[in-house]
Design a protein around this ligand. Sequence first.
Ligand SMILES: NC(=O)c1ccc[n+]([C@@H]2O[C@H](COP(=O)([O-])OP(=O)(O)OC[C@H]3O[C@@H](n4cnc5c(N)ncnc54)[C@H](O)[C@@H]3O)[C@@H](O)[C@H]2O)c1
Length: 435
Amino acid sequence: MGDNRQPIGVIGTGYVGLVTAAGFAHLGSDVFCIDIDADKVARLKAGEIPIYEPGLEEMVQANRERLHFSTQIADALEHARLLFVAVGTPPTYSGDADLSAVRAVVDAIPASDRHALVMKSTVPAGTGASIKRVLAESGKQSLSYVSCPEFLKEGSAVKDFLDPDRVVIGDEGDWAGDAVVELYAPLDAPLVRTDIASAEMVKLASNAFLATKISFINEIANVCEETGSDVIEVARGMGLDDRIGPKFLQAGIGFGGSCFPKDVNALKQLAGNSGYHFQLLNAVIEVNELQKRRVIGKLQKHLGSLVGRTVCLLGLAFKPNTDDMREASSLVLSARLQADGAKVRVYDPIAEEEARQLIRGVHFATDALDAVQGADAVVLVTEWDEFAQLDWRQVADLMAGTLVLDGRNALDADAVRAAGLTYEGIGRGALTAIA
Ligand SMILES: NC(=O)c1ccc[n+]([C@@H]2O[C@H](COP(=O)([O-])OP(=O)(O)OC[C@H]3O[C@@H](n4cnc5c(N)ncnc54)[C@H](O)[C@@H]3O)[C@@H](O)[C@H]2O)c1
């Protein structure tokens, strides 16, 4: 890639920061990565990648000489004009976004007409305006500000960086917006250049819409169970309509992760704080919570009381190909099952280390076949590929009971049934009727 690419700074080296840094290094920029977590910086300097993300390690290794890691923001300020901010914005108890890490970065940047903050972190619409106000109040009005929300998906983040559906840049038409446009130019992605508040809202509205689509199909699935319809067939028929599209129409046991729950809540709170009651989002959130808990009802339908029963959870991460456990459905399920007196055995191919910090009282199995041993029921929670490849006859031999609850409609129902097991999916009323 080009030799004349401008150096950049990336503040926060989590999922978004590290992928952004590696991606821009791949495109030819020197990237100065800053994190307050000294341990993380030491690991990164040693060539260790602290998160699991397909292709990231290879990309970091291939561009090592262009990637520089430090705990000192001064190292980025010295070399780079554009400072991408990718620190966490987790939810507070009220559901609002916690902007304390963003504020800490704003406070740490000195007055300068050479530098710009480029906000990658997801922030409520209006944050850019309030940051600019804070900068002006502290004599730092010469700093430029650009909103550049991130749309990458964990599990395919590297691919998403290299081939984004769109790049959204909100700015005030100064040098910094132009510089960000130039930086992204080699990716040849559709560009939406707009004002700061609109760019901020694109991100929140996109995630809220996707979450709405999931809760919608989950409710359709629940109705399918009552009407003897199969939600997979229904979604196939719906998705062929160009206006609807096939994506995000997979029924399951609810969405999780670090973004959807937080961003939907943040938009709901943002609207509420501005005096608007966003009714639809209340329903999206409630449907999602109930969807996780419906699993318990289904288990009880087949097993009766769960006291003393052994339930196996296959998969713990909030989705496949990541070790991210934030807001994973497995957190609610493992807690609810134990509260109902069940013994819980769990297995995840990648997320065990993260899960051990968050899930107590369960047995962590060494592999899927170890996990199903003695189980009265097996619940597919995360659709890792390896679970679809399981030998169901072997599983049937190892289980104490026969119930397989496919929480992601990802298993071959015929293969499960052929092994003498009872298959139950989500919204597969037609299948249940045939059985
Ligand atoms: N994870 C995703 O899939 C995704 C996708 C799009 C947008 N986002 C948004 O991007 C932002 C970052 O998300 P993430 O998942 O990468 O978070 P993360 O928790 O993985 O990483 C955040 C990093 O910022 C560091 N940090 C915190 N305060 C700092 C400071 N003052 N100075 C320097 N470093 C600091 C933390 O130590 C951590 O390494 C969030 O706003 C999130 O909503 C995330």
